[in-house]
Ligand binder design. Structure first.
Ligand code: ATP
Length: 257
């Protein structure tokens, strides 16, 4: 296991957000964290990246305690794409190059610049390399943030709602690309996602949060509609269309809502 989480709890001042969270993350798989608004998904991702310090419990990255790792060590192992991305006065190229910082000693080398160029090309972003971030749309900014995470070349990628601002074609493109990268480089991806159909299609495992803790976890193909119904408080069923699972609210769902 590349990442292990043991009995982690977190609170903002005296308000309990997470309690007794435990799971392990393998390489070569996408794990999706599911759960309703405000349940603590982003908080959990931030604990995994030491942006926030858990009040209780232990997190280990490759058997090393996150507590004793400094920012540079963490940035070599874990990249993080936040749910909302700042749009400052910096070009796309330079913003993505920032992802190389954990690897740069004094100044960026030709290899660093080449890496940025190739990731931009891979994500179809080359044409906007010299634009400033503030000139981009929300979806373009989100793809730039993903590009920055990819040039960081970490074994663990944390993605907070990575496709929330993307159109259908870009959602499919980015999630397929993430899946290919996970398989080709044996990475571990942990992402949060509200789009249950994309989650069921692209993730390998799920962790469902409810009432501050893990309510269910397992292989995504084994996720059950009654679990989702309890987690989201809305009656749903899982049907299959052309072999793909689809989560649909059942007839009386709107009354329940
Ligand atoms: N800086 C903060 N100070 C105090 N409370 C906070 C802070 N940030 C978040 N919270 C609270 O922590 C809880 C969990 O927030 P979090 O953003 O982790 O939820 P989430 O599951 O990611 O939600 P969403 O699906 O809406 O993005 C929420 O109740 C939120 O109000």
């Amino acid at each position: 296991m590349i990442l292990t989480v043991n009995q982690v709890g977190f609170q903002y001042r005296s308000v309990k957000i997470l309690e007794d969270i435990s799971f392990s993350i393998p390489r070569g798989e996408i794990t999706v964290i599911l759960g309703p608004n405000g349940v603590g998904k982003t908080t959990l991702l931030k604990c995994l990246n030491k942006i926030l310090n858990p009040s209780t419990g232990r997190i280990h990255v490759k058997n090393k305690s996150l507590k004793i790792m400094d920012i540079r060590q963490i940035a070599k192992e874990i990249s993080y794409v936040a749910q909302y991305n700042e749009a400052g006065k910096i070009t796309v190229f330079d913003a993505v190059l920032m992802g190389r910082y954990p690897h740069i000693r004094f100044t960026a080398t030709k290899a660093d610049l080449k890496k940025v160029g190739s990731v931009l090309e891979h994500l179809n972003l080359t044409h906007m390399a010299l634009k400033n971030l503030y000139e981009l749309s929300g979806g373009e900014l989100q793809q730039v943030a993903i590009a920055r995470a990819l040039v960081q070349e970490t074994d663990i990628l944390l993605l907070d709602e990575p496709t929330s601002s993307l159109d259908l074609k870009n959602q499919t493109r980015i999630l397929s690309l993430v899946r290919d990268i996970v398989q080709d480089h044996n990475l571990a991806v942990i992402m949060t996602m509200h789009d249950l159909n994309s989650a069921l299609r692209y993730a390998d495992r799920y962790i469902c949060l409810k009432n501050h803790t893990v309510f269910g976890a397992g292989k995504i193909e084994e996720i059950r509609s009654d679990l989702l119904t309890k987690v989201y408080g809305l009656p749903v069923e899982i049907i299959r269309h052309k072999g793909y699972p689809l989560v649909v609210p059942v007839d009386d769902a709107f009354e329940a809502a």
